[in-house]
Design a protein around this ligand. Structure first.
Ligand code: TXA
Ligand code: MG
Length: 315
């Protein structure tokens, strides 16, 4: 048997164990999507409610037909344009996808990641007969997504079982979760913004975006999510003792601890979650973040910041 770590990890998945792995967005906590018991362990490990559906990760769009029952032409166009990459498509599920993965919903979320470790892991699993890795972000429910293997160890290391694995790999390049697009209606509907923007989706599909149906559950769309232990406050002047995250052109007031000074919105996204973790490690009570302005990935950053700061705006 191969001693290659990714072949070993694929065998662990097939044996029902969990494998945390890097993707270009954030790190995921994976289980063999065809094994409901393994998938159930993701929920207990994360402390996530069982009715929140998981994204199925596959190595290529060719496997879409096995997971989805109905694929509109605009979904094919999105897959062709943006896979492998930070885009999740919600499609009508096929009968092969277990309820444990979809939370009993009639749809399935599918993504082809581009991180080389993720791609190789998925290929190895598929060579063993597997059809996808169900994986949420590898954090405890409601907390900050991890963008490095070290962050996964801090988050979940103590909660995982001895046969579960955490794969090493380059930190996530995008740094925030994938754009989620509902492809079950006549036009695409963005359920969660990400680095694939509304304009990019409109340009590829030639369709105007549809309106969101509030009955679809997306846990990342709960008002409070992505939150560190420190209180996150947006767009105020930081006080001495606060942590501070802002684009580099914002100066740090005296007595304030600067934890990130990105020079672009892309770098802001890449560094944000590690910076929020650093705030907790430093024992800070409060972090002030200046929201990056403008279109593009800044829209998704502001979405995450709103949720990370939910209920703490006045503090
Ligand atoms: O970038 C990402 O998407 C990362 C990496 C690991 O791929 N994954 C991720 O998974 O962020 P998670 O579970 O933390 O967030 C996925 C979101 C959840 O809010 C879930 O409710 C939603 O996707 N989702 C999954 N399947 C769905 C479905 N069938 N219908 C509607 N929403 C769905
Ligand atoms: Mg998550």
């Amino acid at each position: 048997m191969s001693t290659d770590p990714l072949a070993r990890a694929a065998r662990a998945l097939r044996a029902g164990h969990l494998v945390a792995f890097p993707t270009e967005t954030v790190f995921g906590l994976g289980a063999d999507a065809s094994n409901p018991d393994a998938v159930a362990r993701i929920f207990t490990t994360k402390g996530r409610p069982a009715d929140h559906p998981l994204i199925v990760h596959v190595s290529s769009a060719e496997l879409l037909g096995e997971l989805a029952a109905e694929i509109p032409p605009y979904a094919h166009a999105l897959a062709t344009a943006f896979w492998p990459g930070p885009l999740t498509l919600i499609l009508e599920r096929s009968a092969t996808v277990p309820d444990a993965v979809t939370g009993g919903q009639p749809t399935v979320g599918v993504r082809v990641p581009s991180h080389p470790v993720a791609v190789q892991l998925l290929r190895e699993l598929e060579s063993l007969g597997g059809r996808g890795v169900a994986a949420p972000s590898a954090n405890r429910f409601g907390r900050v997504s991890p963008t490095s293997a070290a962050a996964v160890r801090d988050e979940l290391g103590a909660l995982m079982s001895p046969h579960d694995l955490i794969l090493e790999g380059a930190p996530s390049d995008v740094g925030i979760e994938s754009t989620i697009v509902d492809c079950t209606g006549p036009a695409p509907v963005v359920l969660r913004p990400g680095s694939i923007t509304d304009d990019m989706i409109v340009a590829v599909t030639g369709l105007a975006l549809g309106e969101r149906d509030a009955s679809i559950r997306v846990s990342g769309s709960l008002p409070a999510h992505y939150a560190p232990a420190a209180t996150v406050v947006l767009d105020v002047v930081p006080k001495p003792g606060d942590g501070f995250i802002a684009l580099v052109e914002h100066e740090t007031p005296a007595g304030v601890m600067r934890i990130a000074a990105p020079d672009s919105a892309e770098e802001f996204a890449r560094e944000l979650y590690a910076a929020l973790r650093a705030a907790d490690e430093a024992g800070l009570h409060r972090v002030v973040v200046v929201s990056p302005p403008g279109p593009g990935i800044a829209v998704a950053i502001r979405d995450r910041l709103r949720r990370a700061s939910h209920g703490s705006r006045e503090r």
